[in-house]
Design a protein around this ligand. Structure first.
Ligand SMILES: Nc1nc2c(ncn2[C@@H]2O[C@H](COP(=O)(O)OP(=O)(O)OP(=O)(O)O)[C@@H](O)[C@H]2O)c(=O)[nH]1
Ligand SMILES: [Mg+2]
Length: 320
C-alpha cells in the first residue's frame, strides 16, 4: 500500500525538469511579432508552472496522511519518521505550488500588458528566476521526503482490515512450518522495521472467510524486557493487527528452549497484548504432553483441522 510513492526529485532536478519542458514549447506562427512573443512566453510560463505544480501535488497526494492511517501503520510511522518534520515538509510543498501558481498568473498578465519584446523576455526570465528560487527554498524538504519515502516503503504491506492471526513462540518451535501448513498460497515476506527477516504473511482460505496468518520472526520470540524502547513499541504495534495470537509451544524442547522459558514468554505476551491468545503445542508427532492445550503437528498435519476450527471460532467472536 505504500509502494506507490514516487521518487522525490531534488530541487535541481525539479527545476531542470520545469525548464526542459518549457523550452520545448512552441506556438503557431503569427505575423505580429509582439503577439507571437507574448503567446510563446505565456505558454512557456504556464508549462513550467504545470510541471512544478503537478509534480509537487503528486507528492502531496502520494504521501500518506498519518492521522488517517490504521493505528498499526500510524504507530509504526510515528516510530520511524519525525512526524512534525514530515507534516511541515508536505505543507511547504503545498506552499511552493501555490507560490509558483500565483507568480505564473502575475507574470502572464504582466506579459499581456507589455509593449516591447524585450519586456516580455525580461518578465519571462523574472518568472523563471522566482519559480526556481521557490523550489530552492524547499530543497531540504524535498530531500527529507525522499528519505522518508525510503523508510515508508519498508513498512509491511498487509491488510489491517482482514481478520488476522499472529503466530508467536520461541525460535524453532515451528512457527514458519505452521504458517506454511495453514496457507493456501506461498506466504509472502513483508519487510518490517526492526527485523532483518521481515514478517511473513500467508492466507488461510476458508469457505466463508479469508484469514491473514502472520509469522513474526525475531519479534514475538523472546521476552520484551530484552528489547529497547523503540523495538518494544514496534512489537506492540502488532496488537492493532492481531485479532488472535496463536502461541506455539514446543514441549519436545527440540527447539532448544526449555518449556519453562517458553511459558515465561507466554506470560510476557499475556501481560502486554490485550488480544486473545490461543496456546497450541506443536510437534505432537514426537512428543505429547498431558496438558489441556490443543496439540498439533505442523509437520504431519495432525490437529490442524481442530486448530482451524478454534481460530475460526475465536475470530467470529470479534467484530471487525
Ligand atoms: N517433528 C516435528 N518437527 C517440526 C514440526 N514443526 C516444525 N518442525 C521442525 O522444527 C524446526 C523449526 O521449524 P520452523 O518452522 O522453522 O520454526 P520457527 O518457529 O519458524 O523458527 P524461527 O523462524 O527461527 O523462529 C524445523 O526443523 C522444522 O522441520 C513438527 O510438528 N514436528
Ligand atoms: Mg520461522
Amino acid at each position: 500500500m505504500f509502494r506507490e510513492i514516487p521518487t522525490v526529485l531534488t530541487s535541481e532536478e525539479l527545476i531542470d525538469k520545469m525548464f526542459r519542458r518549457a523550452k520545448k514549447v512552441e506556438v503557431g506562427y503569427s505575423r505580429n511579432r509582439l503577439a507571437m512573443e507574448k503567446n510563446l512566453s505565456i505558454a512557456k510560463i504556464y508549462t513550467a508552472r504545470d510541471v512544478a505544480v503537478s509534480t509537487l501535488e503528486r507528492y502531496i497526494e502520494a504521501f500518506p496522511y498519518i492521522n488517517k492511517l490504521h493505528p498499526f501503520y500510524r504507530t509504526l510511522l510515528d516510530l520511524l519518521i519525525e512526524k512534525d518534520r514530515y507534516k511541515k515538509s508536505l505543507a511547504s510543498l503545498k506552499w511552493a505550488a501555490g507560490r509558483i501558481d500565483s507568480f505564473a498568473s502575475r507574470y502572464a498578465s504582466k506579459i499581456k500588458g507589455a509593449g516591447k519584446v524585450e519586456e516580455i523576455l525580461k518578465f519571462r526570465r523574472e518568472f523563471y528566476g522566482r519559480a526556481a528560487s521557490v523550489i530552492k527554498d524547499i530543497s531540504s524538504e524535498l530531500e527529507y521526503l525522499n528519505r522518508a519515502r525510503d523508510t515508508i516503503k519498508k513498512i509491511p504491506s498487509i491488510d489491517p482490515d482482514l481478520p488476522s492471526v499472529v503466530i508467536a513462540g520461541y525460535p524453532n518451535v515451528g512457527k514458519s512450518a505452521l504458517v506454511n501448513r495453514l496457507s493456501s498460497a506461498k506466504p509472502e515476506i513483508a519487510p518490517y522495521p526492526f527485523t532483518t527477516k521481515g514478517i511473513t504473511v500467508g492466507h488461510l482460505e476458508l469457505k466463508d472467510m479469508r484469514i491473514q496468518i502472520i509469522d513474526t520472526p525475531g519479534l514475538l520470540d523472546r521476552p520484551l524486557e530484552r528489547r529497547n524502547k523503540i523495538e518494544v513499541q514496534a512489537i506492540l504495534a502488532l496488537k492493532y493487527l492481531a485479532d488472535l495470537i496463536v502461541f506455539l509451544l514446543d514441549p519436545s524442547e527440540t527447539c532448544g528452549y526449555s518449556l519453562e522459558d517458553q511459558m515465561k514468554l507466554l506470560k510476557d505476551l499475556k501481560d502486554n497484548f490485550p488480544v486473545p491468545i490461543l496456546v497450541v503445542e506443536n510437534k505432537s508427532d514426537i512428543n505429547k504432553s498431558n496438558s489441556e492445550n490443543l496439540k498439533i503437528s505442523a509437520k504431519t498435519g495432525e490437529g490442524i483441522d481442530d486448530l482451524v476450527f478454534r481460530i475460526k471460532e475465536s475470530l467470529q467472536r470479534v467484530d471487525k
